[in-house]
Design a protein around this ligand. Structure first.
Ligand code: SAH
Length: 246
């Protein structure tokens, strides 16, 4: 990473890396610790930083839409994800959300991921393997209309027609378990809300998060001109049992 924040994500090996600030000889990096630096051929300092999961997610190989980091953070808290939890993730897609879940549940937790397309299952497996998280994840090649095999503490649902799987989610959740659904259009959210209202769920909430990055020039502190104005809506609900409908 350069001082200006421009960064490059790569495996250290032999060879050269061409950057906007000159060429880096990769053998100059070998054996150096994180936080230290080397110089490009033009004398610019290049810092060797440990990649964060967020860096990996922004650059990951993706063939599907992914959940964006700004939304991932809130979903992790609303699902109350913590060490040791068992979570269902459907569909797994490219595996961005799955990676965040897998990291948060720790060594003792487990993610049961469902995906109906073999090519996406393979891609998610590749990504999760690269990030060292695959041992916490079991990916099943399955259409979720057939339901889930497990009981889960929380469920994350990211498919184009989530309203069709509310019953399956309800059945798989433990009492008081949290459900999070992402959908990009209000039309989809409406259908989800109508379906959720037929089941014993409480605490139903719909959110969107607006995120604006600022330029870090102290004397001209202001937002960037452009922003990602829309990613997805987030719908949350909590399962209850034996409610008044019984
Ligand atoms: N959350 C993922 C992106 C999911 S994209 C991420 O962060 O990377 C939606 C995925 O759901 C696609 O891969 C699609 O193949 C899968 N999908 C759609 N309908 C499904 C179904 N009925 N059963 C299982 N997977 C499904």
């Amino acid at each position: 990473m350069f001082e200006d924040g421009r960064s490059f994500l790569f495996k250290i090996q032999e060879g050269k890396l061409q950057t906007h600030n000159g060429v880096i000889n990769l053998s100059d990096i070998t054996g150096k610790s994180y936080g230290s630096s080397c110089q490009t051929h033009t004398g610019k300092r290049f810092y060797i930083m440990k990649p964060r999961l967020v860096d990996e997610i922004y650059r990951m190989k993706r063939q599907t839409q992914i959940v964006y980091p700004k939304d991932i953070g809130y979903i992790l808290l609303m699902l109350d994800v913590h060490e040791g939890m068992k979570i269902i993730d459907a569909g797994v897609g490219s595996g961005a959300m799955c990676a965040a879940l897998a990291r948060a549940v720790g060594e003792t937790g487990k993610i049961y991921a469902y995906e109906k397309r073999e090519d996406f299952k393979k891609l998610a497996e590749e990504n999760l393997t690269k990030w060292g998280l695959i041992s916490r994840v079991e990916i099943k090649l399955r259409d979720i209309s057939q339901g889930f095999d497990e009981t889960a503490d929380a469920i994350f649902l990211d498919v184009p027609d989530p309203w069709n799987y509310i019953r399956q989610c309800y059945e798989a959740l433990v009492g008081s378990g949290n459900l999070a659904i992402v959908s990009p259009t209000t039309n989809q959210v409406q259908l989800v809300l109508e379906e959720i209202s037929k089941f014993p769920f409480v605490g139903v909430e719909v959110w969107e998060s607006l995120f604006r990055q600022y330029k870090t020039v102290p004397s001209r502190l202001r937002p960037f001109d452009r922003m990602v104005a829309h990613t997805t809506y987030m719908i949350f609900a909590r399962k209850v049992v034996n409610d008044w409908r019984d």
